[in-house]
Design a protein around this ligand. Structure first.
Ligand code: AMP
Ligand code: MG
Length: 337
């Protein structure tokens, strides 16, 4: 199927966000609508996320089309997130995309979510070849383009940074999402309490830090010798210093001249400051993806779908299966040299 109309509907459905974006093949964005599942307690339970997306996908698509001032018949390409993510949740996006593609008789294309975070950053920040620090609720990755792929230079060996912050915040009695609340609390302190700092080469581990921070708020000393702001400050200082160290090492190794910070945790001003500092030291340009596009969204999926579609055309429906564990470095990126 060839796409006659140059408008793409992008569907994000890897985890908490059911996102829909409408944009054209030049990268002009007409709408971005997200419906985000927020757990009342605990983490993301795949069955509950799936139910949320099933209940909300139709209205989200409708709102995205209406904000874009267009009808479903104006859409010429469907892109959806096919990897990585929660299997049950990925399936929702895949089924909707397959259905729309067949009913509308328009091409379909599956997109790797992590690559989409980089591509939307390149588009929105007008940046060519960045080293990317992607920090979110599900991922912590330092990546750069080399040998036809987005190679992973560093990544977490256990918890993602956002998951660690949210889990600690939950233990401290703060509502989800915890990251922004920790940031606010941390601004009130400069009393550093020792926490495990674990960097292995360019990889990171946050589980020891999480356990130690939890112990601090369970300790008898808590509320006497230090308070929650002090722990929040110490958690941030430690994990952001770890992220900064591996980003700097990857920057020195790859000799890239641009650094892109993206994912939901990119909103954190302290992290931005620390990464900006090493960029200055290495004479690299520093960009933070505009926050609207830094978190999960359908526009990034649509844009990456367009990039691949222009090179390879659409996929056969039978090839549009989900790949919950696919890594970004397994995928060739034909639209870059
Ligand atoms: P994403 O998975 O990309 O949608 O990002 C969601 C994650 O970003 C959650 O773990 C949030 O706690 C985290 N987050 C959002 N804002 C901030 C902030 N200002 N500081 C730290 N983490 C944040
Ligand atoms: Mg993400």
């Amino acid at each position: 199927m060839e796409s006659k109309k140059k408008i793409c509907l992008g569907i994000e459905s890897t985890a908490h966000t059911f996102g829909v974006g409408v944009l054209d093949f030049e990268g002009n964005v007409y709408s971005l609508v997200n419906d985000i599942y927020t757990p009342k307690e605990g983490g993301l339970h795949p069955v509950l996320v799936k139910e949320h997306h099933l209940n909300n996908f139709m209205i989200t698509i409708k709102n995205a089309l209406s904000n874009a001032n267009c009808s479903i018949k104006d859409i010429g390409l469907i892109a959806f997130s096919d990897s990585p993510g929660l299997g049950q949740v990925l399936k929702i996006g895949a089924i909707i995309a397959r259905m729309l593609s067949q009913i509308l008789k328009i091409p379909i294309i599956g997109v790797n979510h992590c690559i989409a975070h980089i591509e939307i950053g390149r588009l929105m920040c007008n940046i060519e070849d960045p080293l990317t620090l992607y920090v979110s609720g599900g991922n912590t990755i330092v990546s750069a383009f080399e040998s036809a792929r987005y190679q992973i230079f560093g990544e977490t060996l256990d918890l993602s940074i956002g998951n660690m912050l949210d889990s600690f915040a939950r233990d401290a009695g703060l509502a989800h999402p915890g990251g922004p609340k920790i940031e606010k609390l941390a601004q009130k302190s400069n009393n550093y309490l020792e926490l495990p700092y674990v960097v292995k080469g360019m990889d990171l581990s946050f589980s020891g830090l999480y356990t130690a921070a939890k112990r601090l708020i369970e300790s008898e000393q808590y509320g006497k010798n230090y308070n929650l702001s002090d722990v929040a400050y110490s958690v941030q200082e430690t994990c952001f210093a770890m992220l900064t160290e591996v980003t700097e090492r990857a920057l020195a190794h790859t000799e890239k001249k641009e650094v892109l910070l993206t994912g939901g945790v990119a909103a954190n001003k302290k992290l931005q400051k620390m990464i900006e500092y090493i960029c200055k030291e290495h004479n690299a340009r520093f960009e933070v993806v505009p926050l609207k596009y830094a978190g999960d969204n359908g526009v990034m999926i649509g844009w990456t779908g367009i990039l691949r579609y222009k090179m390879e055309g659409g996929q056969e429906i039978s090839d549009t299966f989900i790949k919950p564990k696919e890594r970004m470095d397994q995928i060739t990126v034909p639209w870059r040299d």
